[in-house]
Design a protein around this ligand. Structure first.
Ligand code: HEM
Length: 493
């Protein structure tokens, strides 16, 4: 009887597999779907896209199927775009159709479709326009964003002076400063570096990014309904998201209590004022939930990205002392020692500008981008892409496109310099992605990178105990690009 049941089950399974397989083949042919590996029922292409080796898996599929291919994450089809031409054709030439966001179900479970990152349509338009205006300094307090960054850079120098030339891991130093800049913009004030609440918040943020990089979490984000019952570190994601949200809700309450509508101090004040103004407008998206999630978005998206890039930048400088020396010479020539670096210096510092661009290209910290979705059925490169299909713009394949960068896998500031040493733009420089969804914090991040990078080199000489040739620039993780932990010493100049 038991044997009979098993045979029957096996038969059913084989039959459903055959039905699924032949249905999939004929749909694919009929609909002119892009090439890609054959998926299995329920688990999709998990055998080809390994959660513990995502980037390598996508790289292999790119080699096999070319610039545009389709994989299945579970039952969900994902269009993967590779190389400058395909990504540009989608995100820039067909910006409206490819400009929607697809949010993994694990995130949706917690944030819904609120805030800037996860929303679409009219909600996204209103929130994005408002946030961009606020970040560009319209109507927010007396101090400019540049001044807020300059102030933080000086606090960082003071803190670095305390290391007195001893070796240290720079991670916490960069994340405290970068996070403080966002805190100053969204919450109105920076925190003291030793503030316990601040350190707890940073620990949460750090934990959140680390958790996101684990293979369990990749599974959780895509299959929350199953994975919420499987024990593992991914269950901490929900807990950390909850704590981060509670922190923002508390800040929002404090702001509402002390709000002066004539003198907004920060992003939250501006949002509260807008909410009040649009109270009677039923189409307004300025709600409490959108305030909390948008603030969280800026906070999460704006901390680890820039500080991770800075960590990469200084590791690269330790490996290439001759490049560091040229940057320092340019700093001495253009800025000198008597004043702090300012954004307007950048245009007079082509070599430094090229080095920072090359750091971002080489560090490649968002290798698969952030998932998009198509808003309608579209014919793309001869294939039919159905409405709602999830899209991964694989930014790593743009930043390392051999058609645009002559040494794609080497660190070479020459990628951004012409034969006269002037700064040279490159259209395939897309660390912030491209099109309608391009990073909202691009301007802020570029200012932060320039001002903090130059302020540190203006004030310190860097050393490390390792020989440059022994410094390993490869990523510490397999699902994204993160520099390996390192120690450096900073000696006052
Ligand atoms: C080096 C630093 C940074 C890098 C490399 C980076 C990269 C990215 C990328 C690749 C995206 C996805 C764009 C897309 O969907 O195609 C993105 C989106 C976003 N980033 Fe950044 N980012 C950085 C810093 C920041 C900062 C400082 C902020 C905050 C102020 C920020 C806020 C956002 C937001 C809100 C979005 C979502 C935009 C939308 O959906 O409309 N980012 N970023």
């Amino acid at each position: 009887m038991v044997l009979g049941d098993s045979v029957f089950l096996l038969l059913i399974f084989s039959l459903s597999f055959l039905v699924f397989f032949s249905a999939w083949r004929s749909i694919k042919k009929w609909k002119k779907m892009p090439p890609g590996p054959t998926p299995l029922p329920f688990i999709g292409n998990i055998l080809q896209v390994k959660p513990n080796d995502m980037l390598k898996s996508f790289g292999k599929l790119h080699k096999k199927y070319g610039p545009v291919y389709m994989v299945y994450l579970g039952a969900r089809p994902v269009l993967v775009l590779n190389g400058y031409d395909a990504v540009k054709e989608a995100l820039i030439d067909n910006a409206d159709v490819f400009g929607a966001r697809s949010t993994p179900p694990g995130f949706k479970k917690f944030f819904g479709e609120y805030g800037i990152i996860s929303s679409n349509g009219e909600r996204w338009k209103q929130l994005r326009r408002f946030s961009l205006m606020t970040l560009r300094n319209f109507g927010m307090g007396k101090r400019s964003i540049e001044e807020r960054i300059q102030e933080e850079a000086q606090f960082l120098v003071k803190e670095l002076n305390k290391t007195k030339g001893s070796p240290f891991d720079p991670t916490l130093y960069f994340s405290r400063s970068i996070s403080n800049i966002i805190c100053s913009i969204v919450f109105g004030d920076r925190f003291d570096y030793q503030d316990e609440k601040f350190l707890k918040l940073l620990k949460l943020l750090n934990e959140f990014s680390k958790l996101l990089d684990s293979p369990f979490s990749q599974l959780f984000l895509n299959f929350p309904r199953i994975m919420q019952y499987v024990p593992g570190p991914h269950l901490r994601i929900l807990e950390t998201m909850k704590l981060l949200k509670e922190f923002v809700i508390e800040k929002k309450k404090m702001h509402a209590e002390s709000l002066d509508p004539n003198c907004p101090r920060d992003f939250i004040d501006c949002f509260l004022i807008k909410m009040e103004k649009e109270k009677q407008n039923s189409a307004s998206e300025f709600s409490e939930e959108n305030l909390v999630v948008s603030t969280l978005n800026l906070f999460i998206a704006g901390t680890d990205t820039t500080s991770r890039t800075l960590r990469y930048a200084f590791l690269i400088l330790l490996k290439y002392p001759e490049i560091t020396e040229k940057v320092v010479q340019e700093i001495d020539l253009v800025i000198g020692q008597d004043r702090a670096p300012a954004v307007e210096d950048r245009s007079k510092m082509p070599y430094t500008d090229a080095v920072i661009h090359e750091v971002q290209r080489f560090a490649d910290i968002a290798p698969l981008g952030v998932p998009h979705a198509v808003t309608q059925d579209i014919e793309f490169r001869g294939y039919t892409i159905p409405k709602g299909t999830m899209v991964f713009p694989a930014l790593t394949t743009v930043l390392k496109d051999p058609g645009w960068f002559k040494n794609p896998y080497n660190f070479d500031p020459g990628h951004f310099l012409d034969e006269n040493g002037a700064f040279k733009k490159n259209d395939a420089f897309m660390p912030f992605s491209a099109g309608k969804r391009i990073c909202l914090g691009e301007g802020l991040a570029r200012m932060e990178l320039f001002l903090i990078f130059t302020t540190i080199l203006q004030n310190f000489t860097l050393t490390t105990t390792k020989e440059p040739k022994d410094i390993d620039l490869s990523s510490a993780l397999s699902a994204s690009h993160v520099p390996r932990p390192y120690q450096l010493s900073m000696h006052p100049r």
